[in-house]
Design a protein around this ligand. Structure first.
Ligand SMILES: [Zn+2]
Length: 329
């Protein structure tokens, strides 16, 4: 666990893109009521022909660069928030960028991150977007129905039996996206007793993302329901709660905690009620409670969300405030 907690929520509310731009002495010109435009200042920018590709929205407190080579150098990311911007400028992790901004708030200025971060683990390769999608996936396969998924849910998530070639052949495939909605991998679930139960591509880092996070973000809800697995996610979604994402395991990584803190103000932990899940709930509560509001759903011992019917899920989640009131800012 990191030595210092990052108060993402407070930083998000206090640091504007304008403040960050002026720290780096970046000048843009106003092109609209809330939009600024100019030359891209990021180290990922190599194109000399795109002189006007960088823009900032002050109301959304967000930035983007439309240069194709710059986007490619950021693993396909078009833009982001203040954390992403500082992370790109300093070539550090989101957590380091947030810490950097947090320190600047107490010191009233934003000091530069020293170059010591250049060799840090933050530079572990990202999950790159895939250049292909699998075709001929059977959403009506009996296995999908046997897990309690409607055909609609299976189609919505792109889940189904894959009979093509490669390491996913003969498995139920589950498309995995990063928080920007880019497809980065397929997981393959065995349909019989075949081992391993799940197959993932070599080098895929599941600790770098949360399954279904991009859809939960898109819903605009400020509360996230956090579960362990793919099928937990499907069942919670099917019960009508679309603000759900999965750890793809029971261990919450620092990166996953960062992602949750960046996009949400409250998290409802709904992990499995077995020994591993209970330990994971305790660890996640400790890790997340200084970043955002944490609530815990108590399942009957030995059960997990993917075994529950929609009515049971609704009953369990009904007692929780699903969203926080809009803050007055
Ligand atoms: Zn750029």
């Amino acid at each position: 666990m990191p030595a210092e907690w990052v108060d993402f929520k407070s930083i998000k509310g206090k640091v504007s893109m304008e403040t960050v731009l002026s720290h780096y002495d970046i000048r843009l010109r106003r092109v609209g009521a809330d939009e600024f435009r100019g030359k891209c200042p990021l180290p990922t920018h190599s194109s000399t022909s795109s002189n006007d590709s960088f823009s900032v929205s002050s109301t959304r407190n967000a930035w983007s660069c439309q240069s194709a080579s710059c986007i490619a150098a950021r693993s396909g990311r078009v833009g982001g928030n203040v954390f992403d911007f500082v992370a790109e400028m300093e070539r550090c992790s989101i957590r380091e960028a947030a810490l950097h901004l947090q320190h600047s708030l107490t010191e009233n200025q934003i000091p530069r991150v020293t170059s010591r971060n250049e060799e840090s683990v933050a530079h572990a390769p990202e999950n790159r977007p895939l250049s292909f999608t699998l075709r001929n996936i059977d959403h009506q396969h009996p296995y999908v129905a046997s897990r309690g998924l409607s055909e609609y849910t299976a189609r919505y998530f792109g889940v189904g039996y894959y009979d093509g070639n490669g390491f996913l052949r003969g498995r139920v495939v589950i498309p995995i996206h990063n928080e920007h909605g880019e497809l980065v991998a397929y997981s393959g679930r065995a349909i019989g007793q075949t081992k391993p139960r799940y197959r993932l591509p070599a080098g895929f880092r599941k600790s770098h993302l949360l399954f279904n996070l991009h859809r939960a973000i898109r819903k605009g809800n400020r509360t996230l329901i956090l579960v362990e697995g793919f099928f937990d996610t499907f069942k919670i979604h099917q019960a009508g709660h679309h603000n759900v994402a999965a750890l793809m395991g029971s261990k919450l990584s620092d990166r996953q905690a960062d992602l949750i803190g960046t996009y949400f103000d409250q998290v409802i932990l709904m992990l499995d009620a077995d020994e591993a899940g209970k330990a994971a709930t305790a660890a996640a509560r400790t890790a997340l409670s200084s970043i955002l509001v944490v609530q815990i759903v108590e399942l009957a011992s030995g059960t997990q969300p993917d075994q529950l019917a929609s009515e049971e899920i609704n009953q369990l989640l009904g007692g929780f405030a699903h969203d926080l009131p809009t803050p007055g800012r």
